[in-house]
Design a protein around this ligand. Structure first.
Ligand code: MN
Length: 298
């Protein structure tokens, strides 16, 4: 279906499905995550998003040796880390480093290739505490996959927070815009990324671009979207591309991640930390990493 055709269809987005998280697996020794996609065979339905790992709230005991994942490469996409509880530290071969805590977001553009590490921040690790975070991978269009790496630390204070009508809750704009408020993240393709909190018995009305993929991940609470069956904690609601109106009704106090974006209609070849367009490019990525062309941590 072309974008032209979708514009003429009904205003309300339908629901493709409600998806369950996979079982918990460890990324390094610091990130117990459940995957929502690309498991669940979600691919075209969530493009330009490639992966969603949910690190649900988990307590970590105090340690002098911060947990996490050591030096590893990425090429061809962006990693977006959203912290709800706990503190994380990042360092990469492009010379960027940052610490993010509750409400902060790290938007790392791997593009042509970086090597980085992701750990619990030292003091947080030493005191022990609860980590609650999401890592989202965002694809880059072919034309930008080999562009220079980048890094954006987006602090809580930089993210506009909008009070919804009738005390329904708050919406924080990480990327894209909502009611004239624009989020701070620079993106390569059009993306809307919202941290949405709704109070029980209230409704949030979103107008997403018609033709764009939209999905809603439930961190806490219980919601239904456009009259769908309710979705609860750690479940993902995926909407159709056509239509624009998304009405989110909260049965309980809820916290949601709303993800929308213009699909990137290009072939995807993925292998571990590399996401390119062809198998040959994956082989090249592995060779370039082995040859040290993505740099090293100093
Ligand atoms: Mn990584």
């Amino acid at each position: 279906m072309s974008r032209h055709e979708t514009i003429a269809t009904a205003a309300t987005k339908d629901i493709v499905g409600i998806y369950q998280p996979g079982s918990t697996h460890m990324v390094g020794d610091g990130f117990p995550v459940r995957n929502l996609f690309p498991s669940n065979e979600l691919d075209r339905e969530v493009s330009p998003f490639l992966m969603l790992d949910y690190a649900g709230p988990q307590y970590f005991t105090p340690t002098d040796h911060p947990r996490g994942v050591g030096e590893h490469p990425h090429r061809g996409f962006e990693t977006v880390t959203i912290v709800y509880e706990g503190i994380l530290a990042h360092r990469d071969s492009a010379g960027n480093a940052g610490v993010i805590g509750p409400g902060d977001v790290q938007w790392m553009t791997a593009a042509s290739g970086i090597v980085h590490e992701e750990f619990h921040e030292k003091e947080f690790a030493r005191k022990g505490g609860t980590l609650h975070a999401i890592q989202l991978w965002v694809n880059l269009p072919k034309a930008s996959k080999m562009s220079a790496p980048g890094y954006q630390t987006i602090l809580n204070a930089d993210i506009p927070s909008i009070d919804l009508e009738d005390g329904a809750g708050q919406l924080r704009v990480i990327a894209g815009s909502f009611l004239g408020h624009t989020g701070p993240a620079h993106t390569f393709t059009p993306i809307q990324l919202y941290d949405l909190q709704l109070k029980a018995g209230h409704r949030g009305q979103l107008s997403m671009p018609s033709g764009d993929n939209t999905s809603i991940f439930v961190l806490q609470g219980r919601v239904s979207v456009n009259g769908s069956q309710a979705a609860g904690e750690a479940e993902l609601i995926v909407c159709t591309r056509n239509g624009s109106q998304v009405s989110v009704e909260a049965q309980e106090d809820s916290r949601l991640l709303v993800m929308a974006g213009e699909p990137i209609e290009e072939p995807i070849a993925r292998y571990g930390p590399f996401v390119m367009n062809t198998r040959e490019e994956l082989v090249q990525a592995a060779q370039d990493y082995q040859a040290g062309k993505m740099g090293h941590l100093s």
